[in-house]
Design a protein around this ligand. Structure first.
Ligand code: FES
Ligand SMILES: [Fe+2]
Length: 415
């Protein structure tokens, strides 16, 4: 499996367009230490994050099964940019501006729904599900509707995951597709349905979540339920014992034709994704309260003994896929000290609620763990915002967040 990493010591050249204050802040970052306070609290830095990171990378918005029928849509907002992601009559999922081409009103005011046509609430211009302007009341006879369709936004669906790009700068998704589509195929993540959705307002900078979800140094004290389920995650048992159990699990996967699927891809363009397959502790078959399966086996998996397959795609998608369900975590920045965290749980599309699965059981594990993380990140933000905060050293077990910071700084200085 490919593993390509840029050393943390990569010089942060470039960024000549940055103002001197920001450039000085970047130059002042010490490798191996958390960032200075303004990176987590300052509105100017937050605006830069949106421009340099969020608008230049692919952003996960939903699974295709959340908008299964023609006309099903969700809306999504990044900063002040608003889009509609809608399935067309031809079954294709498209993204387009949620801004009327007449005088600019928002068109869809709900978070999600189904629309026969997109009708602007202001003067009732009517757009098709493909974004073409179909009708504009009382406009002159020579008004050219074909020139007033909704602006299209780059949108791709891979293995059921729907991504959008808010600018033309986002790198090609071909690498992501090549790395993950084969591994996701056995799970048939394009044939799922939503079991549960939960959204949290988290009073923390998005980078604190990105750092938090790349280390398990905090798991021993912060996640008693998680460390019971995942071998080695508590870092309290002897390393050799955890390694031996992991190797045993990997051998069992290999015998079934299932790989470790470990990827740590980080290229000079700023494209970064990560995946790993983690083994469950004895007695655990999935991420559930008692370790027992909570839904039918996904897709074409050879057995339930396949651990949990996890993908991180920066800046906003984290997913865990045990053998019987998929959990996605979507992070959206809202302000320097605030973000939205949305968790969705999916089961196979033919599973029957109340018969094959209980939504409360499906969502139990990551509700407990996710809420712990939200709280940890909020406490982290509160301390980071204090005048007494100083950047602190990452522990050896925190290579993940250290890497997050290096990736983030490279995003800020790239042309
Ligand atoms: S602003 Fe949409 S129809 Fe006027
Ligand atoms: Fe955590």
């Amino acid at each position: 499996m490919r593993s390509q990493s840029i050393p943390c010591s990569t010089p942060l050249a470039g960024g000549t367009d940055l103002n001197p204050r920001v450039r000085a802040l970047i130059d002042g970052v010490r490798d191996g230490f958390s960032l200075d306070q303004p990176f987590y609290t300052d509105p100017e830095l937050f605006a830069l994050d949106l421009e340099k990171v969020w608008r230049r990378n692919w952003i996960y918005v939903c699974m295709g099964c959340q908008i299964p029928n023609p006309g099903d849509y969700i809306t999504y907002q990044l900063g002040t940019d608003r889009i509609i992601v809608i399935r067309g009559d031809d079954g294709v999922v498209r993204a387009m501006a949620n801004v009327c081409t007449h005088r600019g009103s928002i068109i869809c005011t709900e978070h999600a729904g189904n629309a026969r046509a997109l009708v602007c609430p202001y003067h009732a211009w009517v757009y098709g599900r493909d974004g073409e302007l179909r009708a504009a009341r009382m406009m002159p006879a020579d008004f050219d509707r074909s020139r007033h369709g909704l602006a299209q936004v780059r949108c791709e669906m891979i293995a059921g995951f729907v991504f959008v790009a808010f600018s033309d700068h986002a790198p090609d998704l071909a690498t992501w597709r090549a790395e993950f589509e084969p591994h996701l195929a056995a799970y048939q993540t394009d044939r799922l349905k939503v079991a549960v959705s939960k959204t949290y307002d988290c009073n923390a900078n998005w980078k604190l979540l990105a750092e938090n979800f790349r280390e398990c140094y905090h798991c021993h004290s912060g996640h008693p339920e998680y460390i019971r389920a995942i071998i080695g995650s508590g870092m309290h048992e002897p390393r050799e014992k955890a390694d031996a159990e992991t190797r045993r699990a990997q051998d069992a996967w290999k015998a079934q034709g299932v790989g470790n699927d470990s990827v740590d891809y980080d290229d000079a363009n700023g494209d970064w994704h990560y995946s790993a397959r983690y083994p469950f502790a004895p007695g655990f078959r999935t991420m559930s309260e008692d370790g027992a399966r909570v839904a039918p086996l996904l897709g074409r998996l050879p057995s339930e003994d396949v651990g949990t397959y996890s993908i991180v795609m920066y800046p906003n998608l984290w997913m865990d896929c045990p053998p019987d369900h998929l959990m996605t975590m979507r992070v959206t920045p809202r302000a320097a000290d605030r973000c939205e965290v949305r968790f969705d749980w999916f089961v196979r599309d033919d599973a029957r609620e109340g018969v094959d699965y209980d939504p409360a059981k499906v969502s139990w594990f990551w509700t407990v763990t996710g809420e712990q993380d939200v709280r940890l990140c909020e406490d982290n933000q509160a301390g980071v915002a204090s005048p007494r905060y100083r950047p602190g050293p990452y522990a050896p077990a925190e290579g993940g967040p250290r890497h997050v910071i290096q990736w983030y700084l490279r995003q800020l200085v790239r042309p």
